[in-house]
Design a protein. Sequence first.
Length: 322
Amino acid sequence: MKVGIPRGLLFYHYYPMWKVFLEGVGAEVVTSPPTSKEILDLGTKSSHDDVCLPVKIFFGHTVHLAEKNVDFLFIPRIVAVEREAYTCPKFLGLPDVVRNTLEDLPPIIDATVNVKKRDKSPLKAAIEVGKLLGAPMGKIKSAYKDACETLWTYRGLMLKGLTPDEAIEVIFNGKKLEKKQVNTDIKIGVIGHPYNVYDRFSTLDMLGKLKELGAEVITEEMIRQEDIEHHAQFLPKRLFWSYERDIVGAAFYLIHKKKVDGIINVVSFECGPDSLISELIQSEARRNGDFPLMVITLDEHTGEAGLQTRLEAFVDMLKRRK
Ligand code: SF4
């Protein structure tokens, strides 16, 4: 049984966990390749104009996988991952929007995870998926345990400075990858949703460009969750969205502790949550002695030359300040 996982949105948060679980219950996992112009074109043609770039890219990956004749598409409905908050509304309706927008799709595995409801816990969702794929209960529970352990390994590797792609290589291909030591005194925090920060195509390889300019990059995934939680509490009111609260907490941590020389906040055009949290991050930067901050807004028309110029100017400015 082939199960396709589109390489977009929450792929960057959970892919190793999902893969270990699905293989543990007997499925063969197929993923779409890294985002490319063809995948973006597939996504923009098949989605509405007014959705954010990451959702368009997700649509492109979904269409690509559907053309590969997989038996199922794995698009879980992630509603809440903590009791006090929800995820972006786009995640709540993702399987429905995909199903009702795209044609000729294989069946979608859309188990719901909502930790606010007992019958929608991650384990319950895993049991639902395992049963659908015909696995016995013992196998489902053991696959779930392995999947949870893999998620912690994945997060531990990123905490040490690996990108999601590098961590995935270490976990599944046994590669010995370590964070390369960068000989530089310029550190830049690149803060935003991982599906923006780490998608080399949509960011025009921003992380690679910054390294070429001699900057060391710190991302949210390299910051301990305790530090993120602690600094998110400086918000006057608790944020309603989990992943966005983490982004704000990570940015506040870098600003308050002066862990970096400047921050690049990567946001998506047409993203409601990003437009709110970006304001919060900018205002915190202003309150902390005009901490250097640059906002880069991504859409399908972001141009390479413009981005390169802005990155060069930002890095030059940070070097002059030093
Ligand atoms: S948080 Fe923003 S970028 Fe992410 S899916 Fe929601 S609208 Fe799109």
